[in-house]
Every structure is written in C-alpha cells, then in structure tokens.
Ligand binder design. Structure first.
Ligand code: PHE
Length: 339
C-alpha cells in the first residue's frame, strides 16, 4: 500500500480504537470516510495521477475504505451492546411497585336521577321530547289553561326576556308543543331546565323537571297511579307505595299531589317525612279538556294524564341532601360521594 495511505490507515485505526462511545466512534469514522474526510480527499488526488496509475491507486483507496469500515463496524457493535446493557441497568422498572390510581369522575346526582327516570319511563314506552327553555307566554301559560289574569300564574312568577317571552317555569309547556304536532296515542317524557323567581334551601331559580304525558283512548287516573307505583319502587325502594291527594293545577282536572311512602322510616314517621310517613314528590292529574281542545284533540274521544316532578327534589330525597345549593356549587368533595 502507498505510504501515505498506510499513514491514514494507521491514524484511522487508532482514532477508532480510542473512541469511548458509539457517538465518538461515528465522529471518528466520519473524519476519514465522510464527504469532507481524509479518504474523499484521496479521490481528488487520484484524478491528478497519470491515467495508467489510476486503477491501482483506486483499488488501494477502496481497500483502505473497506478496512476502516470493518474496524468501525466491529467496535460499533461492541460499544452499542455495552451502552444497551448500561441503559437496561439504570432504567430498570420495578414492576412490583404500587401503581398510581387514576382519579375517577362521577355523574352529577341530578344527571343520575334524570338518567334513572328516563330508564324507568322509557321501559314503559315513553319517548323523549325536549321543548325550548325560552318560551312564549302562550305555551307556558295560556294554552295550559292559565290565562293572563289567572291567580295560578302567581305561584310560578318568572323571568321575562321580552314582552310575552319568558324563561319557562315548567316543562308542561312541552305538552302543548308536542300535542300540536302529534296526535294520540302519545307517551311523552320531557326532561329539562325550568326557571322561577324562587330562592331558599329547597328552591332554586333554576332547576330541572321531568314531565310525563300520556294521551289515548280510555286513559284513567288508575293508569297514572300504576305507573307511578312502579316509578317509586325503582327509584326509592321495593316496598314504596304512592298516595294521591287532591290538588289543583289549571291544566289538569282532577289534579293530584303524589306522595311516596317515606323510604327512610318505611312509613312509620321520622324527621325526613316530618312524622307523616309520606313525602310529596310530584304533581299530576288528568289532562284538562280545555288543554286537549287547545291542541286540536277531541276530549270526548281521548283522555290523558300528565305528571311533573322536580329532579333536584327527587335527588335530595333519595340521597338525603338538605340544601339545593349543594347541587349547583360543584364542590368536588360533595360530588365525589356519588360514585
Ligand atoms: N307543571 C307542574 C308544576 O311545575 C307540575 C305538573 C305537571 C302538574 C303535569 C300536573 C301535571 O308545578
């Protein structure tokens, strides 16, 4: 081999052998074999030689190249193995260490009760219908047999958005919207937010209701009570019973308040039911014939019942929550209890 090439080879072999790690080795190798490296410079020299000397010199450069490559590859394999060994030793994972538990969220109690109500009534063939939260006076009151001067409007004082436009006070407004579009048989369930100018431990200016409406031929109050019995059993306890008390709503006749036997004392009387054994849970009644007429349904052919309950109220009874504000404060310490 040409003396100059011998020298380069010697230097390359030494540089490679001295590399402490694979990165240094790569750099050493590139100093010789890289595009600007020592070996590349030899090709320039090759061009300057007389043509007859070129093949032999070219062959020598190629040999030089091959040897350097081989040496580098040998050492590279060794270095990499060592480096991998060192990494495996320092980055070892202790699979016996206890894991970090992921924090799990929970459904809000109002959402839970709403879903449960939907489950119960969907199982009886009810279909969901959602009306608008901003209503006009006609759907919220007038069509529900509550004309402008009716004293019942006072019980549901509300927020007016504009003249005749208000935040709905009851999901009952959805009854009218549905019956205008759909004719019997009807089995509607309507969950939603409602608004009233009310504010104390058990009343909030915004709360949720679940409305039910059934209209068909020969629907009676007994059908209503049968369905509500089933609702009470699933929602509160297997031994829950219901009781209807006469009441008044302009859009139902007769109207009833529905009580459920107290699930805390089983009806004996306790602080939850204030010693009566019964808890009022919802309002209901047979759809007033004027309401059916307002929607173009013949009250001599069809009858129906409707009920409306406050979802917060059911959640408070079910989970023993004593202040409705807890349901809107979103304190995770409170919410975490409903997992
Ligand atoms: N809309 C009534 C209320 O908010 C409840 C109700 C619904 C009563 C359906 C009778 C029938 O108080």
């Amino acid at each position: 081999m040409d003396k100059h090439l011998e020298e380069i080879l010697q230097e390359a072999v030494e540089a490679i052998a001295a590399a402490p790690d694979s990165r240094a080795l790569y750099e050493a190798k590139m100093r010789f074999l890289g595009r600007m490296g020592r070996v590349a410079a030899l090709y320039k020299k090759l061009k300057e030689l007389p043509p007859e000397e070129r093949p032999a010199f070219g062959q020598q450069i190629n040999d030089l190249r091959r040897i350097i490559e081989e040496r580098a590859a040998e050492l590279d394999a060794k270095l990499r193995e060592n480096e991998m060994g060192a990494r495996l030793a320092t980055e070892r994972v202790d699979v016996t260490m206890p894991g970090r538990r992921a924090r799990q969220g929970a459904l809000h109690p109002v959402t839970r009760v709403r879903n449960q109500l939907i489950d119960i009534f969907a199982g009886m063939g009810f279909e969901i219908f959602e009306g608008p939260e901003i209503e006009n006076d006609y759907y919220n009151f007038t069509a529900l047999n509550t004309p402008a001067d009716h004293p019942a409007r006072d019980m549901q004082d509300t927020f007016y958005v504009a003249d005749g436009i208000l935040l709905r006070t009851q999901t009952s407004a959805g009854q009218i919207r549905l019956m205008e579009k759909k004719k019997p048989p009807i089995k509607m369930l309507s969950p939603g937010r409602v608004f009233r100018s009310d504010d104390d431990a058990t009343h909030s200016p915004m709360f949720h209701q679940m409305e039910g409406l059934v209209v068909d031929k020969h629907v009676t109050l007994c059908d209503l009570q049968g369905m509500l019995d089933e609702f009470a059993r699933v929602m509160f306890s297997e031994s829950s019973r219901t009781r209807l008390r006469p009441s008044y709503f302009p859009f139902t006749e007769p109207s009833v308040e529905v009580d459920v036997s107290c699930h805390a004392c089983g009806g004996k009387g306790c602080s939850l039911c204030k010693g009566t054994g019964w808890i009022e849970v919802l309002g209901a009644g047979m759809v007033n014939r004027h309401v059916l007429e307002n929607c173009g349904i013949d009250p001599d052919e069809y009858s129906g019942f409707a009920f409306g309950m406050g979802i917060e109220r059911i959640a408070m009874l079910k989970y023993g929550i004593n202040n409705i504000k807890l349901l809107t404060e979103n304190d995770v310490r409170f919410l975490e209890q409903f997992k």
